[in-house]
Design a protein around this ligand. Structure first.
Ligand code: S3P
Length: 423
C-alpha cells in the first residue's frame, strides 16, 4: 500500500496581507505567526513600511512577527511611490487605507499589475470622498488623495473581496460606516478578522455592515496554510493515485469551493481536526488514492469560492474522462494574467483539447501524455497548475518562468518533488 504523504503548505496569502494591515492599524503590539514570506506579502510589507510601519521586509514562515500598531488613523504620508509589485490585494486594500487618511499616495506595480482594473475601487472610494487620478485610463500608476470620508452603501456589480475590503478599510480608518452588498459572497477574511478584533461588523446574507470604529485592538493571529496552495499538492497526488494529508489548512467556505469540485470529479476527501483559529475555520484535509477523474460543470454562485483554483481545476480536467465546462468566470480575464486565454492556449500547446468561452472554458478530457512548452505570463498560478501536469510520469512540460511561483508559494518546486518522493 502506498504511504500517505503528510504535508503542510505556507501561510494563507489573503490572510497574511490582512494580518499585516490590521496589525499596522491596531493600537498596541500585534503578534503574528505563520505569515506567508512570499513576494506578494512582501509587497504589502514594503508599502506599509513606506507608510511608517516598522516591519521586516524579509522573514521566515516560522518567525513570530511583533508589530507596533500606528493606530486606526496613524499612518504617515509616504515620501516614495507605493510599489505593490505583482500584488492586486496590496494595491486595492492599501488604497482603501490611504483613502481614509489625510495623505496622498501613488501606487505603482509591475507590468501585469499595472494592467489590472482599479476603477472598481476608485468608484466607491470616490463616492466616500477620496480623489483618484490615473496616469492612463485605468490600472497603475494611480494616485489616491485621502481625507475626511462619508458613510457609504455600495452595491458591488462583481463579487470581489478586494473591492469589499478596500471599502471596509477606508471606513475603518476614517471612522465612518460602510455597507457593501455583493451579487455572491466573496471571501470574507476581512469581516472575520474585524469581528475577531471586536469591531462592530454585521454580516447578512448578501451584505456586510461596518459601524464606525473607535480604536482597533492589536491582533494575535496564527495564519493557517493556504487552501489555494494546498490544491496544487492535492492535485499532484490525485493525478498519481497517491493518498495525501495536508495539515493545518484554511477551510473557510468562501475559499473551499475547489474541494467540492474535486469530490464531484471523483476524489474522496475528508476534513479532520476541524477547529477555529482566530475566527477562521481550519482543518487537515485527507485525500484517498484516486482511481480516476470525471469531467464536471463548474459555474454560478460557486465561482467566487474557487476563482483562484480554476487554472488547476482546468488542468485536472484535461486528465479527466469527459468534458468539463466552466462558466460565469469572466473575472479570470483580469487576474495576474488573462487566465482563460492563458489556460486554454497552454493546454493546447501541450496537446490537450480546450476552448475559450467569453466567461470561461471547455476542456475535453483525454487520457494521453502531455508534452510542450508553457508560457506562464509571469502568473504564479499558471506556473503551478502546469507544473503539476509536468510532474506526471510520461508528461514533459517546460515553463518559461518557473520562479514566478514565489508570488504565493515559495518552495513550491521542492514541495512538489518531495511529494513525489514520499511514495
Ligand atoms: C483576494 C481576492 C480575490 C482573489 C485574489 C485574492 C483577496 O480577488 O482572486 O487572489 O485576498 O481579497 P478579487 O477580489 O478581485 O475577486
Amino acid at each position: 500500500m502506498t504511504a500517505v504523504a503528510q504535508v503542510t503548505v505556507p501561510g494563507d496569502k489573503s490572510l497574511s496581507h490582512r494580518a499585516l494591515m490590521f496589525a499596522a492599524l491596531g493600537s498596541g503590539v500585534s503578534v503574528l505567526r505563520g505569515v506567508l514570506p512570499s513576494a506578494d506579502v512582501r509587497s504589502t510589507a514594503v508599502v506599509l513600511r513606506a507608510l511608517g510601519v516598522d516591519l521586516p521586509v524579509q522573514w521566515a514562515q516560522t518567525d513570530e512577527l511583533r508589530i507596533i500598531g500606528m493606530g486606526r488613523r496613524g499612518l504617515r504620508q509616504p515620501v516614495v511611490d507605493l510599489d505593490c509589485g505583482n500584488s492586486g490585494t496590496t494595491t486595492r486594500l492599501v488604497a482603501g487605507v490611504v483613502a481614509g487618511h489625510h495623505m496622498r499616495g501613488t501606487f505603482v506595480g509591475d507590468a501585469s499589475l499595472s494592467r489590472r482594473p482599479m476603477r472598481r475601487i476608485a468608484r466607491p472610494l470616490t463616492q466616500m470622498g477620496a480623489a483618484f487620478s490615473f496616469a492612463a485610463d485605468d490600472g497603475l500608476p494611480m494616485t489616491v488623495q485621502g481625507g475626511e470620508l462619508r458613510d457609504i452603501a455600495w452595491v458591488s456589480p462583481t463579487a470581489s473581496a478586494q473591492v469589499k475590503s478596500a471599502i471596509l478599510l477606508a471606513a475603518l480608518v476614517a471612522g465612518v460606516s460602510a455597507r457593501v452588498q455583493e451579487p455572491t459572497r466573496s471571501r470574507d477574511h476581512t469581516e472575520r478578522m474585524l469581528a475577531a478584533l471586536g469591531a462592530p461588523i454585521t454580516v447578512t446574507d448578501d451584505a456586510v455592515l461596518l459601524d464606525p470604529v473607535g480604536q482597533l485592538a492589536p491582533l494575535m493571529f496564527e495564519v493557517p496554510g493556504d487552501p489555494s496552495s494546498a490544491l496544487f499538492l492535492i492535485a499532484s497526488a490525485v493525478l498519481r493515485g497517491q493518498p495525501i494529508e495536508v495539515r493545518n489548512v484554511g477551510v473557510n467556505d468562501t475559499r473551499s469551493g475547489a474541494l467540492a469540485v474535486l469530490m464531484r470529479m471523483g476524489v474522496a476527501l475528508t476534513l479532520v481536526n476541524a477547529r477555529d483559529v482566530g475566527g477562521e475555520p481550519v482543518a487537515d484535509i485527507h485525500v484517498a488514492p484516486c482511481a480516476g477523474l470525471r469531467g464536471v460543470t463548474i459555474g454560478g454562485d460557486e465561482i467566487p469560492a474557487l476563482i483562484d483554483e480554476i487554472p488547476m481545476l482546468a488542468c485536472l480536467a484535461a486528465c479527466a474522462v469527459g468534458e468539463t465546462r466552466i462558466t460565469d468566470a469572466a473575472e479570470l480575464r483580469v487576474k495576474e494574467s488573462d487566465r482563460i486565454t492563458a489556460v486554454v492556449s497552454n493546454l493546447r500547446a501541450i496537446g490537450a483539447v480546450a476552448d475559450e468561452l467569453p466567461d470561461g472554458l471547455v476542456i475535453d478530457g483525454r487520457e494521453s501524455t502531455l508534452k510542450g512548452s508553457v508560457l506562464t505570463h509571469a502568473d504564479h498560478r499558471i506556473a503551478m497548475a502546469f507544473g503539476v501536469l509536468g510532474a506526471m510520469r510520461g508528461n514533459e512540460v517546460t515553463l518559461d518562468d518557473p520562479q514566478c511561483v514565489d508570488v504565493s508559494f515559495p518552495g513550491f518546486w521542492q514541495a512538489l518533488t518531495e511529494l513525489e518522493q514520499a511514495r
